[in-house]
Design a protein around this ligand. Structure first.
Ligand SMILES: [Zn+2]
Length: 83
């Protein structure tokens, strides 16, 4: 795996993958929408233990989508629908 347009903010070295070795490292990400400077962090879902490592801005998006997934599953369960 190779990330495109992601570099270490301090050294300028390319970031190949988001791993636990990079927790706390500041990175610069160039996207079509803009340039993001952010820190690598990790989070876990307390419900299903899904795990995510990446820039905090993407962790926020992941948590929002993941929370929506659980709420969607809850809505089926609350309506008595089994999948
Ligand atoms: Zn979950």
């Amino acid at each position: 795996m190779s990330l495109k347009n992601v570099v270490n903010a301090e050294t300028g070295e390319p970031i190949e993958a988001y791993t636990t070795d990079l927790l706390g490292v500041k990175v610069i990400i160039h996207t079509e929408e803009g340039t993001i400077t952010d820190w690598i962090d990790e989070t876990y879902c307390p419900v299903c233990e899904a795990h995510f490592i990446g820039p905090r801005v993407f962790i926020g998006g992941c948590l929002a989508r993941h929370d929506f997934y659980h709420k969607f599953q809850d809505s089926y369960r609350n309506a008595g629908i089994t999948q």
